[in-house]
Design a protein around this ligand. Structure first.
Ligand code: NAD
Length: 412
């Protein structure tokens, strides 16, 4: 099933449960706007390479669109549209005044120099600039983009407009108006929803065995905060391979290794296993935090974890989702599990718009409150409709979006 079909399947199934107006479903099944751009880059050796980039604004009924920008060789238009749809449901689910967007460039950023990446980012920004604005569409980091890319986007936008506009991106460096706690927010959120699920199931998180696939921004922070909550990080992986340690890793040490070497390769504690074997370990919690489609119909049967927390976007295919559900595995879906990032991005946007900046404790408190409330709403909805946590999340999101359409109507 393609990613686009996956989006429609989840959407239709939730729409069916709440008897959503079929006319509204027709609108929500399609992206509002997708822009494809060609981005010429003068490489350091003088050669010109032309890259393809996208920005999709899926739906803006609830507010300006919000979503990350991804640099990856496997970026496709369908992937960007699907991720923009997920952002739409996510923002509605956690009740942020945003619609959903996503952007990306088909490129291998590991093969570009720092200067080339800067020129690529700046030119991409100019190519999509007429779609951007603090009240139109606000980008953020995603796979292979960081606060540095956000600073380039902000500077380019500001230079082109002739004034400094910090609220045009989130996830930017603090000195440019970035929020305290934004970098850690998605992983912290993953840990918070894991804790809430354990509470709801009357399970003890202390000593629970956790495996984390992908040790980038999301995976590493999820591991850090879960270990602070008493869980044991027994396996981690990144693109270079996987490591297991039954006694539990020090998340801080692993992060130190990635900061120093850029990857987990070379970390000498723990046993090396083939990268994808991490998914099949006998653990309490599995956190896919790398890319989409990692858990699919061919490998879902081998999963022994009792709980899956989707740190990544769309890591589970719908076929796998059904298999996991039959096996009684709890899956906290992406749109809830990784919503911590956009929750703090929203705070960053509000701070930049108002010029008033918050202390880290205030940011964390707000994130906690919002996520706990959203988790409880989803849990309640799953009982009310007797559905999975994924379906319940879509139901909460769709009900909110439908309510907005009820008042706004369909223009003209
Ligand atoms: P990142 O680039 O910081 O990290 C990605 C990690 O995955 C890296 O460690 C990489 O080596 C690893 N990886 C890639 N392919 C792998 C494979 N086959 N097996 C194991 N590891 C693999 O990206 P990120 O920002 O941490 O994003 C990860 C996921 O979380 C993406 O799906 C992204 O859309 C989603 N997400 C990110 C944020 C955010 O705030 N960064 C917010 C919400 C959702």
């Amino acid at each position: 099933m393609s990613l686009i079909e996956m989006n429609k399947k989840y959407l239709r199934s939730a729409a069916d449960k709440i008897n959503l107006d079929p006319n509204l479903l027709k609108i929500l099944e399609r992206p509002m706007r997708v822009l494809e751009v060609s981005i010429p880059l003068v490489k350091d050796n003088g050669e010109v390479e032309v890259f393809t980039g996208y920005r999709c604004q899926y739906n803006d009924a609830r507010g300006p669109t919000k979503g990350g920008v991804r640099y990856h060789p496997n970026v496709t238009k369908d992937e960007i549209i699907t991720l923009a749809a997920l952002m739409t449901w996510k923002c509605a689910l956690v009740d942020l005044p945003y619609g959903g967007a996503k952007g990306g460039i088909i490129c291998d950023p590991t093969k570009l120099s720092e200067k080339e990446l800067e020129r690529l980012t700046r030119r991409y920004t100019v190519e999509i600039i007429h779609l951007l604005g603090p009240h139109i569409d606000i980008p953020a980091p995603d796979v292979f983009t960081t606060s540095k890319n956000m600073a380039w986007i902000m500077d380019t936008f500001s230079m082109m407009k002739g004034y400094t506009e910090p609220s045009i991106v989130t996830g930017k460096p603090e000195v440019l108006g970035g929020s305290k706690g934004r970098k850690e927010a998605t992983g912290r959120g993953v840990a918070i929803v894991t804790r809430e699920l354990f509470k709801a199931l009357n399970k003890n998180l202390r000593g629970a065995k956790v495996a984390v696939q992908g040790f980038g921004n999301v995976g590493s922070h999820a591991a850090l905060f879960l270990s602070q909550m008493g869980a044991k990080i027994v396996a981690v992986s990144d693109i270079t391979g996987a490591l297991v340690n039954e006694d539990g890793f020090s998340a801080q040490e692993l992060i130190g290794c990635v900061e120093k070497y850029g990857c987990l390769e070379g970390y000498n504690k723990g046993k090396k296993i083939p990268r994808d074997e991490l998914l099949y370990l006998d653990v309490d919690v599995l956190i896919p935090a790398a890319l989409e489609n990692q858990i699919h119909s061919e490998n879902a049967g081998k999963i022994k974890a009792k709980i899956i927390i989707e740190g990544a976007n769309a890591p589970t295919t719908p076929e796998a989702n059904e298999l996991l559900s039959k096996k009684g595995i709890y899956v906290v879906p992406d749109i809830l599990a990784n919503s911590g990032g956009v929750i703090v991005s929203h705070l960053e946007w509000v701070q930049a718009l108002s010029g008033l900046y918050w202390e880290e404790e205030e940011v964390i408190k707000h994130l906690e409150k919002k996520l706990v409330k959203s988790f409880k709403e989803v849990w309640k909805k799953s009982k009310e409709f007797n559905v999975s946590l994924r379906e319940a999340s879509y139901i909460v999101a769709l009900q909110r979006i439908a309510e907005v359409y009820h008042y706004r109507g369909i223009f003209p």
